[in-house]
Write a protein that binds this ligand. Structure first.
Ligand code: 13P
Length: 249
């Protein structure tokens, strides 16, 4: 079922103490909303975040995980480790994982399969780079990212998939896709899914926008019909900014 979501991807920010402080402030200032609110702190602070938010509607997600069940994967985190501390939502395919850590569509499809096998929810990120948009290849790039990593799934698996369109040129740059650009791409994403899975899957999948969403642009972006919320980086690190963005939905 399509839902409204505002998720904060904290990336490699916030120590334990800073995490606790931000969660306390967020809990205190959280506005009433029907939207889901999710935060994704770094791995070492996930268990603390889960405990801290035990009686809160704010949910906790992981920023990544490995596809293997367990074993010799130094530095990696498994699905069971996340589930074991009460986390069943994971961000996969972030552009920083793709560009800085070499994660390919093929590698990501294995992670998605593991998440599905473990009944986890995936926030799957994808989006074109600047030169791809300038070369008018953005639709083709997004289509291939979706097809390569997700289109082997059964229709039923899509209940566990949230999409996050994050044009790489808008991440951390202060340059946002215009609301029209976001809407145009989100409509294209739904059309692409419709062609493969039909209207029901396409209309029910939640599609978030990410890339320099701030308090001053969130409302206009979220007002677009095919934009169901946002995946927020920098602005999710300040309680007041994140709260303003939640209010915008
Ligand atoms: P910014 O909001 O800092 O541009 O980051 C977006 C992002 O990468 C969220 O995953």
């Amino acid at each position: 079922m399509r839902s409204k979501i505002v998720a904060g991807n904290w990336k490699m920010n916030k120590t334990l103490k800073e995490t606790e402080a931000l969660l306390t402030e967020l809990s205190a200032k959280r506005p009433d909303t029907e939207a889901e609110i999710i935060v994704a702190p770094t791995f070492v602070n996930l268990a603390t975040a889960v405990n801290n938010l035990e009686s809160s509607v704010i949910q906790v997600a992981a920023q990544n995980m490995h596809f293997a069940e367990n074993g010799a994967y130094t530095g990696e985190i498994s699905a069971d480790m996340l589930l074991g501390i009460g986390i069943d939502t994971v961000i996969l395919g972030h552009s920083e994982r793709r560009s800085l850590f070499g994660e390919t569509d093929d590698f990501l499809s294995k992670k998605v399969d593991t998440a599905m096998a473990k009944n986890m929810r995936v926030i799957f990120c994808f989006g074109e780079e600047l030169q791809e948009r300038q070369a008018d290849r953005h639709f083709a790039v997004v289509e291939s990212q979706l097809k390569n990593a997700l289109f082997h799934l059964d229709a039923s698996a899509w209940q566990k998939i949230v999409l996050a369109y994050e044009p790489v040129w808008a991440i951390g740059t202060g340059e946002t896709a215009s609301p029209e650009q976001a809407q145009e791409m989100h409509a294209f994403i739904r059309k692409t899914i419709d062609e493969k899975y039909g209207a029901s899957v396409a209309q029910n999948v939640t599609v978030l926008y990410g890339g320099s969403v701030k308090p001053n642009n969130a409302e206009e972006i979220f007002s677009k019909p095919d934009v169901d919320g946002g995946l927020i980086g920098g602005a999710s690190l300040k309680a007041d900014d994140f709260v303003e963005i939640i209010k915008a939905i």
